[in-house]
Design a protein around this ligand. Structure first.
Ligand code: ADP
Ligand code: ASP
Ligand code: MG
Length: 439
């Protein structure tokens, strides 16, 4: 069997949904399980609707979500009643928020979940209308369990794997399920983090021992850079799990950072494909190693804080680093990059929440400086490992472009070279690197 995931953009219009359904039906002999995201933009609209409900405004944001889905149903020739249950419940929920004037992370997850619930129903109905046998089942009704960390819940893998295997065994036809959402042990709806449907697909793929996890997008596959930013970006036909993991971690929107893990555990290839080029092979992500081309892609992550910690006594002070990291841990500040010298420790973090409190606490025993609006630029490729000269080429290109580099790091596996610049320097630095390595 295969798992096929369609993102928001791919199910954003009636024509696109039909196209996706066609892609699924053409692969019926491979026994696809389909994972869908909410229609493009709907998750954002639902978040907006929940926040507006807090201020007492329910009707107009709700109407926007309702109209979008009803127009979709009409254009697809599907009954208006298909998602009326979801719409009624969503309206009740928004009214409840406006009444009690409270929006907890738990309630927000509940609100967001309607996007995927409705898109799954629509996709299954289109498949049936086009002659297929299909049913929509919410992921949690198939056994998709998470913890209760609303907004970024962790999947309880072992339990979920077992439940999915049981509930899907022997089912006929195509099951269309919801990405992004799950339930905790109390039966409350959770979400696993924005753009999480890729990860949902990987969990299903791993649980069911899929031959392939297909992530269908509006791009040709994984490219040498974000094509919406670098029009000269080229398609990569193959990359390794390790490379894809780095790429996602450092911000390439094309894959959710957690996607790769379940696929790696069970060694299942992940293929990124383009819905508008149905027969093109896309990019396949495999165990590897994939040494050619040595450099695969240049990515960047904005909204980074650069944190410099200084102490004149650092070297002699046993446990200094542990102290710093304990504070960061306490305030749940996630650190990406680290560099040290005798008297200073530099780190980057993209978590704004908690950072201020952590910095206050660290200031009690060291000097701290934080610079916001920084970016990490990262070159990924496992062919760079053990090869001389890549760093020189990277920093030569960046310095020729007149960009000031604030901090440099290379992971132990030597499959990336990452450095920090000011956000405003992203376009110049990325263009210079793409030119130096791929054009
Ligand atoms: P989905 O419809 O599944 O949510 P996304 O919009 O999240 O899809 O991801 C696809 C987008 O990722 C593309 O439109 C592209 O602009 C962006 N992207 C960023 N980096 C890359 C890259 N290296 N290769 C391909 N696409 C990339
Ligand atoms: N609909 C969710 C979001 O917009 C999940 C996803 O698209 O993968 O974040
Ligand atoms: Mg996405």
């Amino acid at each position: 069997m295969i798992v096929m995931k369609f993102g928001g953009t791919s199910v954003g219009t009636p024509a696109r949904i039909r196209n996706c359904a066609e892609i699924v039906l053409e692969r019926a002999d491979q026994k696809p399980l389909v994972v869908v995201s909410a229609l493009s933009g709907i998750t954002d609209e639902l978040i907006g609707a929940a926040k507006n409900a807090l201020t007492g405004e329910v009707e107009s944001p709700f109407r926007a979500v309702r109209v979008r889905h009803l127009e979709m149903l009409e254009e697809l020739g599907l009954p208006m009643t298909l998602v009326s249950g979801e719409l009624v419940r969503l309206h009740e929920l928004l009214s409840g928020i406006s009444l009690v004037k409270e929006l907890t992370p738990r309630t927000l997850d509940f609100v967001m979940s309607f996007g995927e619930q409705m898109s799954a129903k629509i996709m299954a109905a289109v498949l049936r209308k086009m002659g297929g046998q299909a049913e929509a089942v919410a992921s949690y009704d198939l056994g998709f369990r998470t913890d209760s960390d609303f907004g970024k819940a962790r999947v309880l893998k072992n339990e979920t794997y077992e439940a999915l295997q049981k509930s899907l065994a022997g089912r006929q036809g195509v099951v269309v399920t919801t990405g992004f959402i799950g339930k905790n042990h109390k039966g409350e709806i959770t979400t696993i983090g924005r753009s999480g449907s890729d990860y949902t697909a990987a969990i299903f793929g791993a649980a069911l021992g899929a031959e392939e996890i297909q992530i269908w997008k509006d791009v040709d596959g994984v490219m040498t850079a974000d094509p919406s930013f670098i029009p000269q970006a080229r398609l990569l036909d193959r990359m390794s799990f390790a490379e894809a993991g780095e790429l996602a971690y450092y911000g390439a929107e094309v894959l959710h950072p957690a996607t790769i893990a379940p696929a790696v555990e069970r060694d299942i290839p992940v293929r990124v494909l383009n819905t508008t080029k149905k027969t093109a092979p896309g990019t396949v992500i495999v165990k590897g190693p994939c040494l050619e081309p040595p450099v695969k892609s240049v990515v960047y992550k904005e909204g980074i804080h650069l944190i410099d910690v200084f102490t004149p006594r650092m070297l002699s002070e046993h446990g200094f680093m542990a102290r710093v990291f304990n504070v960061l841990e306490k305030h749940r500040v996630v650190v990406d990059m680290i560099a040290t010298s005798e008297v200073s420790l530099s780190m980057t973090s993209d978590s704004a929440s908690g950072l201020e409190a952590a910095v206050d606490e660290i200031s009690e025993f060291a000097e701290v400086e934080v610079r916001a609006k920084m970016a990490i630029i990262c070159l990924v490729g496992e062919g760079m490992r053990g090869q001389k000269g890549f760093a020189a080429r990277v920093f030569g290109a960046v310095s020729d472009a007149g960009v000031n580099v604030r901090m440099i790091s290379q992971g132990a596996r030597e499959i990336n070279i990452a450095f920090v610049v000011e956000e405003g320097d992203i376009p110049t630095a990325v263009r210079a690197l793409h030119k130096a390595f791929f054009e």
